[in-house]
Write a protein that binds this ligand. Structure first.
Ligand code: ATP
Ligand code: MG
Length: 453
């Protein structure tokens, strides 16, 4: 049994004098839900990430509640409560604008559970004791329970000691626990970076060897974890750490290759550093934009290869986008709504090269102009675009902020006659690019017809 916690193991209980958490630090919803459960005669604890974060001095994102009440017993205690999930049922309690997740103590694995051929658990068992619930969690510091009424922390797995030592340690035998659920490897690296604590050497040891098991994890789950990782405010460090643990292979195709090319590396690092800063300043970030940056150099390589084979730029770009996203879907399932954003941002890029006539004015009006410009700015700053093109982002910034007369003066002369003389077709291709993507209305996913010859 993971963690060696028997069914009726006793918790070590830390009273209010032995830990810093006070019930006033909980959200109103969490306090309300635990109080009501207590009044109903049940146990109710805050559990998991929130307890960990409070002990380490961070502000929790949300408060999950664990109880010995079964879902059917929880629901009638609240006016707005909903049963969620089919295999393992949870209750979502709506309290004001907050949704509090209430889960019933779950049984530990028995050793007879169904696993795939690599040891990955295929099913979750039913309800169990609190000791069992603790033992099936991933890290000791994620398995602490806070009782708001008594202001006590209950610890079955040595989590408080690990918090004090600032150590991330798996409950149970690391190899078994990683095999059961390879996502735990990703979580280890993510949580260590986010919390600025060390991975215990015994926990870290098998990661390199077991990294290939990540390939068996369903893509949708990987997406959720990757998104958490990338939006943690510590994406740059986390990705570096993933690479040093050999975990980045197969997560985002060619991430390693990209990061080894100076331009790709610079581009991604700039993008992630930007995102990290926004997260830390509590400004909104768009997952679509982030995935657009992570996959751009792959799209760019595919696109450039097609153009070099003589394909027309815009159809080639749309083909490249589809290919890259399709390959990516096999590893991390990027939800459709993000795919649309990614394609929009990418397909607007060639339009920044069109600086004559009415086109720049139309581009400014595009609802995704701002995101596309941010993206262009990264391409310039990373050195992907150079020479005159390297100044495109600046030009557009000035253009966007200029008055009407100034804008007219900034426009480039119509390129048609000039580019003909420049031969080699670059200007023609670019012009075509602008027309085609405009003609396409840059609707993501729309098949784009070749412009008439
Ligand atoms: P974050 O603050 O980033 O959300 P978290 O630890 O709260 O981190 P969640 O995904 O919200 O992460 O999970 C909540 C709790 O569920 C964890 O604290 C842990 O106890 C348990 N848990 C989550 N994922 C796993 C897993 N793969 N294996 C075992 N237990 C897990
Ligand atoms: Mg959480």
């Amino acid at each position: 049994m993971p963690g060696g916690a028997p069914r009726n193991a006793k918790a070590r209980v830390y009273g209010p004098a032995d830990h810093p958490i006070r019930r006033t630090q909980l959200s109103p919803g969490a306090l309300q839900v635990t109080t009501r459960l207590h009044e109903g005669g049940f146990q109710a604890f805050v559990v998991g990430g929130a307890v960990r974060d409070l002990l380490l001095g961070f502000e929790p994102k949300d408060f999950d509640i664990a109880t010995n009440a079964h879902p059917e017993q929880v629901k009638p205690l609240f006016r707005r409560a909903f049963l969620i999930g089919r295999r393992f049922r949870l209750v979502h309690v709506h309290a004001g604008s907050e949704t509090v997740e209430v889960s019933t103590f779950r049984a530990a694995q028995t050793g007879n559970d169904a696993t795939d051929e690599h040891g990955r658990l295929l099913s979750d068992n039913v309800y169990g004791t609190q000791a069992e619930d603790a033992a099936r969690r991933d890290f000791t510091i994620n398995a602490l329970y806070f009782d708001p009424a008594a202001e006590e922390v209950w610890d079955y797995v040595g989590g408080v000691a690990d918090i004090r030592a600032r150590r991330l340690r798996l409950i149970g035998a690391p190899t078994t626990r990683f095999r059961e659920d390879p996502v735990r490897m990703l979580r280890a690296v993510r949580l260590a970076a986010k919390l600025d604590i060390a991975i215990d050497p015994k926990t870290a040891a098998p990661i390199g060897k077991l990294a290939p098991l990540m390939a068996n994890v369903p893509p949708a789950r990987l997406f959720d974890e990757m998104q958490k990782l990338l939006l943690s405010g510590h994406a740059v460090e986390t990705l570096k750490s993933l690479r040093s643990h050999g975990l980045s292979h197969g997560l985002l195709p060619l991430l390693d290759v990209i990061l080894e090319q100076p331009l790709g590396q610079r581009f991604i690092e700039l993008a992630l550093a930007n995102t990290d800063q926004r997260v830390r300043e509590d400004r909104p970030v768009s997952p679509g934009f982030m995935f657009a940056t992570l996959l751009w150099h792959e799209a760019l390589a595919t696109w450039t290869a097609a153009r070099n084979r003589g394909e027309r730029p815009i159809p080639a770009l749309f083909d490249a986008m589809d290919q890259v996203l399709e390959r990516q879907a096999k590893q991390i399932a990027i939800p459709r709504r993000f795919e649309a954003t990614i394609k929009e941002i990418w397909s607007l890029q060639p339009r920044f090269e069109q600086r004559a006539g009415q086109r720049p004015f139309r581009l400014l009006e595009h609802p995704r102009y701002r995101a596309a410009w941010d993206f262009l700015d990264l391409r310039c700053k990373s050195g992907e675009l150079e020479g005159e093109q390297g100044e495109l982002a600046q030009w557009w910034d000035r253009f966007a902020n200029a008055g009407h007369a100034q804008r007219e003066a900034m426009l480039k002369p119509d390129e048609a006659p000039k580019t003909k003389r420049r031969s080699r077709g670059r200007g023609r291709k670019q012009r075509e690019a602008g027309e085609a993507s405009e003609a396409a209305g840059v609707v993501p996913g729309d098949g784009v017809d070749d412009p008439p010859p």
